[in-house]
Design a protein around this ligand. Structure first.
Ligand SMILES: [Zn+2]
Length: 527
């Protein structure tokens, strides 16, 4: 089976994304996870350009990696000096990695206007730099910067550049679509030309996503004979990002039948993608192919009915292969099939209770017409389902009343929010507490938890993870209806709840109550 070598540059190119910054610890954790995932090369950073990267290479030497080889990234020597005198090349050697990747100019426009040296001198710069490294490190990868743009304008010169790297002994020449604007046909033709120019040197591909073709262009280059693909986790990277390895790996493996990682490693793909989002402090993209929450989510009634019979009808792969899950969404588009499937996910058999199913459908349509949405609020939906089945939803306390005060006493002072709450437990105990918060909803949440915590100690480990307010169209200004979505969690799971009202505090209250009721209900059932 044909083997494709995976080269990850999340820690270098990926770290150049807007809003992304990895700590040393993050970088080490990502490296270990990429190794577990089966990535062959992990580019750790640019030791000449920043001290944090130098630290990384020192620390990475202590990691016990299965197969990933760490690569240090840098550029060819500066013009006018010897390679041995170049401080950046020296920094690359001091990183003590088995692999060094150096980027060099291969577009005549850059040589003339950026480097401002004669075209022939750039060939010497490339050759020298590779020769210098070749005897000192195991593998030298030459990244041919702007290869495709250069090839389009002055093919002879661009090919002469990669020939200089190959002659000097580069282990692999990686063809880069640095501006990310090439089309797949162009990429294919240029790869063919590179192969004819340097038939004895292995080729790699490094694409950027400025025309949203990074994955397609990488695939095309591999079809034409490249053996290594460079990319990043979740497509992080400068501007619009790099080729997304999370999309490429399953495509190459499941669709092309090429071998990249083991099936067990592939099943950890969604998890690895999530870890990188988390460490990058980015919200995972719902619609991300293969691993996104929506990638195998079905909403239309027809679709749901069909996937229940045979998932292949609307799923291009089995989601379990990449560690994802099929989801059935509940919404006003949903028919009985969705509801039955959704209920089954919660371990509830609605099939045997047509009257309950009817009640649930009616209630759902009614609530949705008021602005509720249950697609992102599984826990509220489960409570609703319980109500349809059992005649009432699980209840653990009764509200006697609450009051929220938001007070700003001086122009330059931050407002103070305070909530008092009175509620009654199942045995008639009345709890009356107050709490402050950094806003009215936070204060209400704290007060509710404080009061409930006395009745139910298991409430202590519930955390509020996310709070979203959406103003629903239709009415104008303050008349509008708001929908609040809350994500809560304990150490075992996360759940989401919803509330709707003209009043944002009331909407938040509903979502908070659902969250607490869900937790207590779950606890009582031993989940
Ligand atoms: Zn790049």
């Amino acid at each position: 089976m044909r083997q494709i070598r995976l080269y990850d540059t999340t820690l270098r190119d990926g770290a150049q994304s807007e809003d992304v910054s990895f700590t040393l610890d993050d970088k080490l954790r990502i490296t270990e996870r990429l190794d577990e995932l089966g990535i062959h090369y992990v580019e750790g950073g640019w030791p000449g350009s920043n001290p944090r990267d130098e630290e990384f290479f020192r620390a990475a030497r202590q990691l016990r990696l299965r197969q990933a080889r760490i690569a240090a990234f840098g550029a060819t020597r500066r013009a006018g000096i010897r390679a041995a005198d170049d401080r950046n090349l020296d920094a690359l050697l001091r990183a003590e990695t088995p692999v060094v990747t150096i980027v060099g100019k291969t577009w005549d426009l850059h040589v003339r206007d950026d480097l401002r040296i004669p075209l022939a001198e750039n060939l010497e710069v490339i050759g020298d730099s590779v020769t210098f490294l070749r005897t000192r490190v195991d593998e030298v990868i030459f990244d041919a910067e702007h290869f495709f743009d250069g090839f389009a304008r002055n093919p002879d010169y661009t090919l002469a550049c990669i020939a200089a790297a190959a002659r000097a002994g580069a282990t692999l020449v990686c063809l880069c679509d640095t501006r990310g604007g090439s089309l797949s046909g162009q990429v294919g033709n240029a790869v063919d030309a590179a192969q004819s120019a340097i038939p004895d040197t292995a080729l790699g591909i490094h694409c950027h996503n400025d025309a949203e073709l990074a994955v397609a262009n990488s695939l095309e280059a591999l079809e034409r004979g490249c053996v290594q693909v460079q990319g990043t986790m979740n497509g992080l990277g400068e501007r619009c990002g790099n080729a997304n390895l999370v999309s490429l790996i399953p495509t190459l493996q499941l669709k092309r039948g090429w071998s990249c990682v083991t099936p067990e490693q592939l099943a950890g793909l969604a998890d690895a993608a999530r870890l990188v989002y988390e460490l990058a402090n980015l919200e995972p993209s719902k619609r991300q192919p293969y691993v996104g929450q929506s990638a195998f989510a079905h909403k239309g009634g027809l679709h749901v009915a069909a996937v229940q019979k045979n998932a292949e009808t609307y799923e291009h792969i089995d989601p379990a292969l990449v560690g994802n899950l099929q989801r059935v969404l509940v919404s006003d588009l949903s028919g009985r099939g969705n509801l039955l499937a959704k209920a089954a996910q919660f371990g509830v058999d609605l099939q045997g209770d047509p009257a309950a199913l009817q009640r649930l459908l009616r209630e759902l349509k009614d609530l949705e017409s008021q602005g509720y949405a249950f697609e992102g609020a599984d826990a509220s939906f489960e409570l609703l389902m319980r109500k349809a089945l059992d005649g009432d939803r699980p209840r653990f306390f009764r509200l006697i009343g609450f009051r929220v005060i938001d007070e700003k006493r001086h122009e330059d002072e931050v407002p103070i929010a305070e909530a008092t709450i009175m509620l009654e437990g199942p045995d008639g105990t009345v709890e009356h507490t107050a709490a402050q918060g950094n806003g009215p909803v936070n204060a209400l949440d704290c007060a509710l938890r404080k009061a409930l915590g006395k009745l139910y100690p298991e409430i202590q480990d519930v955390r509020l993870h996310d709070y979203k307010v959406r103003v629903l169209g239709g009415a104008e200004g303050t008349e509008a209806v708001v929908r609040v979505l809350i994500e809560s969690g304990d150490e075992h799971e996360r759940w989401s709840t919803v509330g709707v009202s003209h009043n944002v505090i009331e909407a938040s209250w509903q979502a908070l109550v659902d969250s607490m009721d869900y937790k207590l209900h779950k606890h009582r059932r031993g989940r």
